[in-house]
Every structure is written in C-alpha cells, then in structure tokens.
Design a binder for this molecule. Structure first.
Ligand code: HEM
Length: 186
C-alpha cells in the first residue's frame, strides 16, 4: 500500500523535522515564529509553481495552494519576504509531484496543533496564523480526500518514485527550515 509505505518510510524524516523545528516549545518567540514563516514563504514561492506544473490540474491543485496564506501572514506580522529561496527541481512526473505534495498536505495535521500553540503563546490567530490554521475544521476531510487521490495514482511501477520524492521534499525542507540543525545530522 502506497499510503502505508509513505507513512512508514518517511516517519524518521518527519520526527526529525518536528524535533528540530521545535515549534511547540513554551518560549516560542514572535521573532522566531516570524522568521520561520518567511522561510516557509520562500519555499512555497519556488515549490508551488513546480508542483502546479507537474500536476497540470488546477481543479485539483488550486484549492491546495498555500502561498497566498503565507503572503497574508507575513503582511499581518509586518515581516519582509526573504530575498533567497531553496533550490527546487522541476518534477519529472505527476507521481513525483504527488509524493512531494504528500509532505505538505500531511503537515496540515500538525499545522493545527502548531496554530493552537501560536494562539496560546503569541496571541496570534487569523491573519498571521493562516498557514498553520490551513483548512481549519475541514482539515481531516481534506486529508482523507488527498489520501484517496494518492491511492488512486498508486502503481507498482511508480510507487518507489513517489516515496523517494516525499523523502527528498522532507530533506529540502529540513535543510531550508532548520539550517543550523541540518549540519548536526550530517
Ligand atoms: C511541531 C511540528 C509538528 C507536529 C506536532 C506534527 C504532528 C503531526 C501529527 C499529530 C500527525 C498525525 C496526523 C494523523 O495521522 O491524524 C502528523 C502527520 C504528518 N505530518 Fe506532521 N507534525 C509536525 C511537523 C510537520 C512538518 C514540518 C511536516 C512537513 C513539512 C509534517 C508532515 C507530516 C506528514 C506528511 C504527515 C502524514 C503522515 C501520514 O499519516 O502519512 N509534519 N504530524
């Protein structure tokens, strides 16, 4: 099963990025939170068009876009966008783009936990926290629908490439969002 493979084979990468971002720490500051959002925004600026192109179906991908949420958050917090961005290659196949999208769609689950923490510790919700609030009360249903779409593209020939794309996306995100930590892990 592709969904089981994705979950199992990316678990270590998930736990590493979760631990290194350490977003649920009690002393999370507004400055740290703002700086991280600026890095997410720079990632989405290059990643989102690459996924859109490879998926080639705006009916499917359009409602899953999140760059505009990050734009709103930065503006609400008065944060300047970063000049730089990580290097993201074009996806050779739609299946690879779906593997990469798995990482960011799955992160909406943790996003809700992070949004609740940001609201409690920094008093930020709505504009300023829209990226992590993401789909709100629809998140579980949206995640279920995305998993169904993933299951629908599973084939014995392409599943390994989907998993590899997800792992690579975790790797790029880890290096970009937690730059100080990436070195320590080799
Ligand atoms: C403080 C940080 C984070 C927390 C607390 C967290 C928490 C969680 C939780 C509770 C789930 C399980 C949801 C469920 O199965 O119902 C989950 C799933 C997931 N998270 Fe995170 N997460 C965090 C960060 C991230 C990040 C930074 C990413 C990637 C950008 C990410 C990607 C994923 C993915 C892909 C899944 C789906 C796993 C699967 O069931 O296949 N998470 N996360």
């Amino acid at each position: 099963m592709l969904l089981d493979r994705l979950k199992t084979e990316t678990r270590a990468a998930h736990d590493r990025i979760e631990a290194d971002l350490d977003l649920l720490r009690p002393n999370l500051s507004r400055a740290n939170y703002s700086a991280l959002l600026a890095r997410y925004q720079a990632f989405f600026r290059v990643w989102e068009p690459a996924v859109a192109e490879a998926i080639g179906d705006e009916c499917f991908f359009g409602p899953r876009r999140k760059l505009h949420l990050l734009d709103q958050d930065l503006e609400a917090l008065g944060v300047e966008p970063l000049a730089g961005a990580p290097r993201v290659e074009r996806f050779a196949t739609r299946a690879q783009a779906m593997g990469s999208l798995y990482v960011l769609e799955g992160s909406t689950m943790g996003g809700l936990v992070i949004a609740a923490h940001v609201r409690r510790t920094l008093g930020v919700s709505g504009p300023g926290a829209r990226y992590f609030e993401n789909y709100g009360r629809d998140a579980a249903e949206r995640w279920r629908a995305f998993r169904a779409a993933l299951a629908g593209i599973s084939t014995p020939q392409t599943d390994a490439a989907v998993v590899a794309a997800a792992l690579q996306t975790f790797e790029i995100l880890h290096r970009w969002l937690a730059p100080g930590k990436a070195v320590a892990h080799g």
